[in-house]
Design a binder for this molecule. Structure first.
Ligand code: ARG
Length: 458
């Protein structure tokens, strides 16, 4: 047990207490950020004359050596230390002696951990954004290729009106685009530097907090030292944004699982992204989509957990906040993994466009268009609705679709129908006439796709 405190204690810490309190098993994840923060801190201390230039150089050289050795695996982070901060400081003192003991001047682990977590989250936000962007590129490609691929659009999971595959995928494009917007908002709002807040009340050393903030790429230092050490809002915002990403991935997974089923057969997931059964030789299961759907729960769990942890904490720092790490790290890794696998799965998936089109034809998805035909010939919409309802009933009795009814059968229900009804209710007309902004008509779809392209390239 190597700890940074102990002077005022007369007894050794109980072993169980030590283990319960320690965070090194998980906060070692941000050793890079911890060292980056310490380098900025001593650079500022030297500029302010609090450390000599020689001390600064020795400390920075020592820290860089630790970083290199940990990266290369020649220096092991062990549970002998309470947390990553203690490990780095103790290793530094081991290596450079007395100068190392000055590293923590004008700093507390409270502002240090607040900084490390922010740096870590900020780095990860950039990485997650990259993954969402890759998914958008994959969706964009599918959209470009399937502007004329007809499929049923559903409401209540009942066939409703025909759309195109491009349009359906486009809905997910919008969701993930908003997700990127959320990540970007969070990054902007959280980009203030807590270092220099000390334990809670700042310090009496003449720190230049704006300088440290600048070195570390923050927009400015935080404005209230008590808030600085106890703010975890950005973690909550991150987990909320990650939960939303997972919710989108999960809905999409659910559709892919349905589409890949023997009943739908709209898609075929590539062999490389499917798994087999140990007993049923014929099986090819969509396990990746199911796992993505399943892992959504643990990301939501992380959000609920930190919300609950934070709700009763008085100002300023309290040890409860140490609980922000494990679940957040897990949520970040989960989301990054799910995004990468999901992108691989959708970009290798085969679309069985003939089945999609046949399905759209066989579910009366053109019934609204048949009613619109009557409206265009002067029949009030409510009457038209009733007439087509009766036509559908006739079709259901005969087990045929609307375009298989004869003109006589149409006319028997309403004399307004003429030969051109067949053209009016063809899949092509149904889709291609829907050209209001945001609708599936190819003309307008191409414009949206062009805008999407500009957005991704920006
Ligand atoms: N491991 C702690 C955390 O994650 C670091 C800060 C400890 N500060 C303290 N005063 N005990 O929050």
């Amino acid at each position: 047990m190597a700890q940074l405190w102990g002077g005022r204690f007369t007894k050794e810490t109980d072993k169980l207490v030590y283990n319960f309190n320690a965070s090194i098993s998980f906060d070692q994840k941000f050793y890079e950020q911890d060292i980056r923060g310490s380098k900025a801190h001593v650079t500022m201390l030297a500029k302010q004359g609090i450390l000599t230039e020689k001390e600064r150089d020795e400390i920075i050289k020592g820290l860089e050596g630790i970083l290199k050795d940990v990266r290369e695996g020649t220096l092991e982070i062990t549970s002998e230390y309470e947390d990553i901060h203690s490990f780095v400081e103790a290793s530094l003192i081991d290596r450079i002696g007395d100068a190392g003991k000055k590293l923590h001047t004008g700093r507390s682990r409270n502002d240090q951990v607040a900084l490390d977590m922010k740096l870590y989250v900020r780095d990860e936000l950039d990485g997650i954004d990259e993954e969402v962007k890759k998914l958008l590129l994959a969706l964009h490609k599918i959209m470009e290729e399937h502007v004329h691929t007809y499929m049923p659009g559903f409401t209540h999971l009942q066939k409703a009106q025909p759309v195109t595959l491009s349009h359906h995928i486009g809905a997910y494009f919008e969701m993930f685009r908003r997700d990127r917007g959320r990540l970007c908002d969070i990054r902007k709002r959280m980009n203030t530097c807590p270092l220099g807040a000390g334990a809670l009340a700042g310090t009496t050393y003449p720190l230049d907090r704006a300088y440290t903030a600048e070195i570390l790429g923050f927009d400015e230092p935080t404005r209230n030292s008590m808030d600085s050490v106890s703010d975890r809002d950005y973690v909550i915002e991150l987990l909320s944004a990650l939960s939303t990403i997972m919710m989108h991935l999960s809905r999409f997974s659910e559709e892919i699982i349905l589409w890949n089923s023997n009943e739908y057969r709209f898609v075929e997931i590539d062999d490389a992204y499917s798994t087999g059964s140990s007993i049923m030789p014929q099986k090819k299961n969509p396990d990746i989509a199911e796992l993505v759907r399943g892992k959504t729960g643990r990301v939501y769990g992380a959000l609920m957990s930190i919300l609950t942890t934070m709700k009763g904490i008085p100002l300023a720092y309290n040890k409860d906040m140490q609980e922000d790490k494990e679940l957040t790290f897990d949520a970040i890794d989960t989301v990054k993994g799910c995004l990468a696998l999901f992108t691989g799965m959708v970009s290798t998936m085969q679309f069985r466009t003939e089945n999609m089109e046949a399905s759209a034809k066989n579910g009366f998805t053109n019934a609204t268009d048949a009613a619109d035909y009557l409206v265009n010939h002067g029949v009030p919409f409510r009457d038209a609705h009733g007439i087509v309802g009766r036509l559908v009933l006739t079709c259901l009795e005969k087990g045929i679709s609307l375009d298989e009814l004869s003109l006589e059968e149409y006319k028997a229900i309403s004399p307004v129908f003429e030969e051109d009804i067949y053209e009016a209710i063809s899949m092509r007309t149904c889709v291609e006439k829907r050209i209001t902004w945001g609708a599936p008509g190819p003309e307008v779809m191409e414009q949206v796709i062009a805008e999407n392209k500009k957005y991704i390239e920006k």
